[in-house]
Each structure stands twice: as structure tokens, then as C-alpha cells.
Design a protein around this ligand. Structure first.
Ligand SMILES: Cc1ncc(COP(=O)(O)O)c(C=O)c1O
Length: 467
């Protein structure tokens, strides 16, 4: 994996090199700007989680640590949390090489910025999926507009990013993209692709890994949902049939939303999770970004990055030691995970998976009732979203009317690499946040608006060659 010139220039922060002295028996600490614990107002933490689970942080050393700069593990994160994360990654992904590590992040948006700074030089080329999470696109704008980054979109298929198109592009790069630098990094959301919902099956995932290996391209996998689950069922063509959902997706997979509750499979919890690029990586070319945002709480701003240790070392050096991820949140998260234990975590995930299964079923039923004939969609297998095609050239044109009808959805163009210059007939509907009644009413209003005479234009936008 190639480091950016900026990352090569990084050195361990000089002050950080003194941190281990703090732990030495008898050391008189007259160094470093650590505030006195006298400044720390919190004496104890007692929290009650759902189902009455108690989290008590009372040990004076732990309480003090949670309010101090986090200097554990060379700035990689709170040592007990890192231990938990390492065991979790080992169990979930079984990395195949020895020199892998885990680093605490403040969620995937934070991780992404740090990864770009660590892997990309101005003027480089970055490969991304033709549709990508809207915030990733926004975060790349300073790179594309001020640092000469060339973003190259790889087509999506119903089964995720198109490995054959990727191979063809890389094999013939000079001829196809004369003058553009050969790409060294592929960024993708391999499961529950946002917004299309595509999931990479294992054969496709392995194929893409092999293509990247052959062309010496590194892979950055963003799995914010190692909790989010927005897989979709793809057929030979758009269909409203959503009766064959499959188990897939990490953490929040909820199974068949249309099966009667008595027949539905139990929620998978942490079991049966899908392959990741990290799990097939044999030579340290994958950086994986996970987040607690979608399965615990985004307000905690907690996540983790796993991959080759030398790269993580540079990533760690890219942030001021102990000053980027809140020590308090690290201690709190670790205490919550410990208070839950494996069974509590399974229960928490299982409940969330069931809730999403239910909401998805509500959304699909409402769509059948109100959108049949005026919109097309693929039923999600998992997750938070349905990706819906409307009978318009650009769904942006509907945004004002939707706003007046008090319905908020995300227009498809927001997910294009050039959102300003793109037209998309799609919208992304989320069923995760709204109540059952609001989901039904929102979809009813959308249907009414579409039936009230929105011109049925045929669209030039053909995302997957299927429509
Ligand atoms: C694909 C993708 N990447 C990254 C993020 C950011 O997540 P976090 O809250 O961990 O920063 C999200 C959040 O929705 C997402 O969907």
C-alpha cells in the first residue's frame, strides 16, 4: 500500500514519546500539559441502558483517565477498548496475515478523511463506485476542486461494483484515460451499498480483490453499517416482488421483511455475517472502516479502522495524540460493551434487526399500495433504505413539491460523483427513523404527488443497464 507524501513526512509527535514515562514507577511528571485531575468534575458515572443494564464507572483511575488526554497505546485508543475491538475483528474477519491492527476512530466520516490524507497525493486518481454515499462525495470535493484529485467512477451492477469493468479499465488505463495517473486506491461500500443497496457476493468480492491485486490497487472498505444493512434484491428487471429476501449484511441484517412474523427467521445478531475485503486480504492491501454509529449511536462518534499495522501507524500519526477521539466516549463505550457482554450485544442487535425488519415491511406494504404503477423499486433485504425510481428525468425537480407536501427524501443526484451536473430519476427513502404512521403517510403523499400529474418522462439515466 502506498503512502501519500504527507503521510511519509509524518513522525511520531515528540511529546507522545514522553507518554510512557507517565506509567513508570516513581516518575516525577513535570512534563507535558496534562491538566490536574483536580480540574475533572466527574466523580462517578452510573448509566442505565435498555432492559435495566447498569453501567457503573466508579474506579478513580478509570474515571480520571476518561477525562484526561487519552495517551494509551501510543494514541491508538483506550487500551481495554482496543483489546475488545481486536478480539471482535479477529472473530468477525479472521485477518489472514499477522501484522494487522485496530485503531479507534471517531466514526467513518472521520476515518475517511484521515485515510485520504494518508493514501492520496494531489493529482492522484481515486476509484469510487458510480454512486456513493453523499457525505463521502462532499468530503472529496476539496480534493477534486483544490488538489487536482481525479475521481474515476466504476459502474455498479445489481451485485455491487462491476469487477469486469474495473479490470478492463485498469488493463487499458493509458489508452482509456490518457494523462490521468494510474489509480492506486479503490474506495467502496461493499455491503448494503449506499444508496443502491447492492451487496457483493463472495465470488464477486474475491474477483475484485484479485483484480486489485493484479493491478496493485489498495482497497478502502467503508462498512458504516457494519450496522446499516441496505441490501436489495435485484431481479432481471425492476419488480415490485419482494418475497425472496436473503440473509446478508453485517450487523443489521434483518431478513425477510415480508414474511409473517411467525414464519420469519430469528434475527441473525452477530452470526452469519458476510465476507469482507479484510477477511480475504492476504497481503495487507485493505483498510477497513467500521462505525458504531448505526448500531449503537452516532452521537457517540465512535468507530474503528483495521488493516496493516504500518499504515495504521501513519494514520495514528496523522491525528494529534489523544486529542481526536474523546477519551470519555472510549471509556464509556468500553464499559457499555462490557456491561452487555456477548449476550447483551446479541440481544441489542437482534432487537434492532427486528425493528428494521418491521419498518421495512411497513414501507414495502405502503409502497405496494401507493406507488405501484408510478414508481419502481427493489425490495431491500436489510437496512435503512429503499432506492426508488420515479417517472421523471431528475428527481431534483420534485424536491420543492415534496417539501411543500412535507415529505423529505434524498434525491438520487446527491450520490453521483458530480452531484451538481447529474440527473437521476431516483430518490432514496429511509424507513429507519420515521414511525410506522409517518412511513405510511409519507409514501402516501409521495404517491399522490406522482399521480397528480408529474409528467411521465422516460429517463436517460440508466444506472445498471437494467431499467
Ligand atoms: C457509507 C457511509 N459511510 C460513512 C458514514 C459516516 O458514518 P459515521 O457516523 O461513522 O461517521 C455513513 C453514514 O451514514 C455512511 O452511510
Amino acid at each position: 500500500m502506498r503512502l501519500s507524501d504527507a503521510a511519509k513526512a509524518r513522525r511520531p509527535a515528540l511529546l507522545r514519546s514522553l507518554a510512557p514515562l507517565l506509567q513508570e514507577e516513581g516518575m516525577l511528571w513535570l512534563a507535558g500539559g496534562l491538566p490536574s485531575p483536580l480540574a475533572f468534575p466527574i466523580e462517578q458515572v452510573h448509566l442505565t441502558l435498555k432492559h435495566g443494564v447498569q453501567v457503573d464507572i466508579t474506579e478513580p483511575a478509570t474515571i480520571a483517565k476518561s477525562q484526561q488526554y487519552m495517551l494509551d497505546s501510543g494514541g491508538w485508543g483506550y487500551a481495554p477498548l482496543l483489546e475488545w475491538l481486536r478480539a471482535h475483528v479477529a472473530e468477525q474477519h479472521r485477518p489472514q496475515y499477522d501484522e494487522w491492527g485496530v485503531l479507534v476512530s471517531a466514526g467513518n466520516a472521520d476515518a475517511m478523511q484521515r485515510v485520504w490524507e494518508t493514501l492520496l497525493n494531489p493529482g492522484d486518481t481515486l476509484l469510487i463506485e458510480e454512486l456513493s454515499f453523499a457525505f463521502s462525495i462532499s468530503a472529496l470535493r476539496p480534493w477534486t476542486h483544490a488538489r487536482g484529485l481525479h475521481v474515476e467512477c466504476v459502474p455498479l451492477t445489481p451485485r455491487g461494483i462491476d469487477g469486469h469493468a474495473l479490470d478492463a479499465l485498469l488493463s487499458d488505463w493509458e489508452a482509456k484515460r490518457p494523462g490521468a495517473r494510474f489509480p492506486r486506491v479503490l474506495f467502496l461500500v461493499p455491503q448494503g451499498q449506499n444508496p443502491s443497496g447492492a451487496d457483493l457476493e463472495e465470488p464477486e468480492l474475491r474477483h475484485i480483490y484479485d483484480v486489485c491485486r493484479r493491478h496493485d490497487v489498495s482497497i478502502v472498505e467503508d462498512d458504516p453499517c457494519a450496522a446499516r444493512n441496505s441490501g436489495a434484491q435485484f431481479g432481471a428487471q425492476f419488480s415490485n416482488a419482494h418475497h425472496h429476501t436473503l440473509f446478508r449484511y453485517r450487523y443489521l441484517h434483518f431478513g425477510d421483511a415480508t414474511a409473517p412474523p411467525s414464519k420469519a427467521a430469528p434475527p441473525p445478531g452477530l452470526r452469519g455475517l458476510r465476507r469482507s475485503f479484510l477477511s480475504v486480504d492476504t497481503d495487507g492491501r485493505v483498510i477497513r472502516m467500521d462505525s458504531f454509529s448505526k448500531w449503537i449511536a452516532p452521537g457517540l462518534r465512535m468507530g474503528f479502522i483495521s488493516g496493516p499495522k504500518p499504515i495504521l501507524t501513519k494514520l495514528a500519526q496523522g491525528a494529534p495524540p489523544g486529542m481526536n477521539v474523546a477519551a470519555f466516549m472510549q471509556v464509556l463505550l468500553h464499559s457499555m460493551l462490557t456491561a452487555w457482554g456477548a449476550a447483551g450485544l446479541e440481544r441489542h442487535l437482534g432487537e434492532l434487526q427486528l425493528a428494521y425488519r418491521h419498518r421495512c415491511a411497513v414501507a414495502l406494504a405502503a409502497m405496494d399500495e401507493h406507488l405501484t404503477g408510478v414508481a419502481e423499486w427493489r425490495a431491500p433485504q436489510t437496512g435503512m433504505f429503499v432506492w426508488v425510481r420515479l417517472p421523471v428525468v431528475s428527481s431534483l425537480a420534485l424536491m420543492d413539491e415534496l417539501k411543500r407536501a412535507k415529505v423529505a427524501v434524498v434525491p438520487g443526484a446527491f450520490f453521483a460523483s458530480d452531484p451538481e451536473g447529474s440527473k437521476s430519476p431516483f430518490v432514496r427513502l429511509s424507513f429507519a427513523y420515521a414511525t410506522d404512521d409517518d412511513i405510511k403517510e409519507g409514501i402516501r403523499r409521495l404517491g399522490a404527488l406522482l399521480r397528480a400529474g408529474t409528467p411521465a418522462e422516460s429517463s436517460a439515466w440508466n444506472l445498471w443497464g437494467l431499467l
